[in-house]
Design a protein around this ligand. Structure first.
Ligand code: 9MG
Length: 260
C-alpha cells in the first residue's frame, strides 16, 4: 500500500503532492514500483497534528480519488475517519476505507456500512494531537486485540460483515517506543482475530527515538520492521518507499510460504 498524502503538512513528503497532477504522477510511480493499493489521505495523523475541517478534507481528497480512479487502474484506499469523506470517496470510486479511528467518529460506522467498501480498523487512543501524552497499558498487545475485537463487533451491529474488514495494530499511535516494540514482537497475537492484518511502520518516529535517525534516514529500519511484521502475519504493508518495501515484503512472504 503506497502512501499518497494530500496534506500541506504531511510529515515526510512536506506536502509536495497537493496538486492533482502531481498526485497522479506519484501514484503512477508507486504502481510501477509494485504497489497494489494507493492510500490517499487529507488529514495528517502524525503525532501532534492539528485537526482539519470536514470541508478541507473533502476538498483535498475527493478530486484526487476521482483522478486516480478515472485515469489509473488502481485500487484506491482513503485514509479518513469522517462520514462525509467516506461517502464522497465511495462516490468517487474508492475501493477501501482506512480509518485510524476504527469508525468511532460520529456517523462513520453508518457511512462505512452504506459504502459497501472494505474497511481497515486501526488501534489508536485519543487523537493525533494528544495521543502521545503518556500512553499507558497493562498489556499492550492484549488491549490492542481487545479494542479491535470490540470494533469488529460494532461493525457487525451496523451490518458490515467480517469479510469486509482488515485490522491494524496502529504502530506509533498512542504508544511509547517500548509499547511499539512489544506489540511488534507479539504481533502474531492479532491472528486470533482471523482477519487480514495491515501495518504501517514506514519512517515512523519510533525509529527516530530508538535509533536517533532523522525522517529521511529511516528506510533500513522501516524495511526491517516490515519484514518482522510479515513474519508475524501482516498481509499488507503501508509504505512511502514502495519499490524497496515491495522487495522485502515479497521475500518475507516467499520465505513464510516455503516449506522443506
Ligand atoms: C494513515 N496512517 C498513518 N499511519 C498508519 C498506520 O500505521 N496504519 C494505517 N492503517 N493507517 C495509517
Amino acid at each position: 500500500m503506497g502512501i499518497l498524502n494530500v496534506t500541506p503538512d504531511s510529515f515526510s513528503d512536506g506536502g509536495r503532492f497537493t496538486e492533482r497532477d502531481a498526485a497522479l504522477r506519484q501514484a503512477e510511480r508507486m504502481l510501477a514500483d509494485g504497489a497494489a493499493i494507493i492510500d490517499v489521505g487529507g488529514e495528517s495523523t502524525r503525532p501532534g497534528a492539528a485537526p482539519v475541517s470536514e470541508q478541507q478534507e473533502l476538498d483535498r481528497v475527493v478530486p484526487v480519488v476521482e483522478a486516480l480512479t478515472s485515469e489509473l487502474d488502481a485500487l484506491v484506499s482513503v485514509d479518513t475517519s469522517t462520514a462525509a469523506v467516506i461517502h464522497g470517496a465511495a462516490a468517487a470510486g474508492a475501493g477501501m476505507i482506512n480509518d485510524v479511528r476504527a469508525l468511532r467518529r460520529s456517523g462513520a460506522l453508518d457511512a462505512a456500512a452504506a459504502s459497501g467498501l472494505p474497511v481497515c480498523l486501526m488501534h489508536m487512543r485519543g487523537e493525533p494531537g494528544n495521543m502521545q501524552d503518556d500512553p499507558r497499558y497493562q498489556d499492550v498487545t492484549a488491549e490492542v486485540v481487545d479494542f479491535l475485537r470490540q470494533r469488529i463487533a460494532a461493525c457487525g451491529q451496523v451490518g458490515i460483515p467480517r469479510e469486509r474488514l482488515l485490522v491494524d495494530p496502529g504502530f506509533g499511535f498512542a504508544k511509547t517506543v517500548a509499547h511499539n516494540l512489544t506489540l511488534m514482537h507479539e504481533m502474531a497475537a492479532l491472528q486470533e482475530l482471523a482477519l487480514p492484518i495491515l501495518i504501517g511502520i514506514s519512517r515512523k518516529s519510533l525509529f527516530g527515538k530508538l535509533l536517533g535517525r532523522d525522517v529521511n534516514e529511516r528506510l533500513p529500519a522501516s524495511l526491517a520492521a516490515a519484514v518482522m511484521c510479515v513474519e508475524r502475519g501482516a498481509m499488507i504493508v503501508r509504505a512511502h518507499d514502495v519499490k524497496e518495501t515491495v522487495d522485502v515484503v515479497r521475500l518475507a512472504h516467499a520465505v513464510r510460504q516455503s516449506s522443506g
